[in-house]
Design a protein. Structure first.
Length: 215
């Protein structure tokens, strides 16, 4: 695996919240999922993303370029299991559902003609789930905040995948929140790489505790 800056997406600075008592939780009240499956094949090229609103400049003084300083989630989920009991079995066949848990940006960069993503990853119910296992489904949203203060909501598809194309205008470094129902899991710091599954592997790499997890 090449050495890349760490993007610690789900390291929880705060406990999953009902929407009050933290800045991250407050941002969840306006989050809505558009459903990545509705994006269909066009989502692969457009990133399946929804333009957010410009909230002004953001303080990125804690941006990370490779450290695990953003990782403050305690790993209490030791077992590895495919919660969905459904596996992707079509190899590298192009699909918005393909290869959940695999490093999307890294793989697409090596594949000629594949869509290029600025941010991509997979959300799972637990910390330790095998690659190609379908992840979390339902009204899950990953909200990306760029260093310019603009936000973009990425709907999570039925295999758990989310992505934004390089044309989405995301300004790095970034931070992210995972929103589900009335709960939020927030990352701790600003990161300079959007290939989430490169570090959020089944067992965790480069300081990440494991998979991107639902709040």
């Amino acid at each position: 695996m090449r050495s890349v800056p760490l993007f610690v997406l789900v390291a929880a600075c705060v406990e999953p919240s009902s929407g009050t008592g933290s800045a991250s939780a407050e941002s969840s009240s306006s989050a809505t999922s558009q459903g990545a499956d509705e994006a269909g094949s066009s989502g692969a090229s457009s990133g399946g993303s929804t333009a957010g609103t410009d909230t002004g400049g953001a303080d990125t003084s804690s941006a990370s370029s490779g450290s695990s300083s953003g990782d403050c989630e305690v790993d209490t989920d030791r077992g590895s299991i495919c919660t969905s009991q459904q596996m992707w079995t079509d190899g590298d066949q192009a699909s918005t559902l393909m290869r959940p848990g695999a490093p999307c940006i890294d793989c697409h960069a090596d594949a000629g003609g594949a869509p290029l993503f600025a941010v991509a990853g997979t959300v799972y119910p637990t910390l330790h789930e095998p690659t190609d296992c379908y992840g979390a489904a339902g009204d899950v949203v990953v909200r990306i905040t760029g260093s310019d203060g603009a936000t973009i909501d990425l709907p999570v598809g039925s295999s758990g995948n989310f992505f934004a194309s390089t044309s989405a205008g995301i300004v790095f470094p970034i931070r992210a929140d995972v929103l589900f129902e009335d709960r939020v899991r927030a990352m701790c710091g600003w990161q300079s790489n959007g290939d989430c599954n490169l570090c959020h592997t089944e067992e965790g790499a480069n300081g990440a505790p494991g998979r991107i997890r639902l709040p």
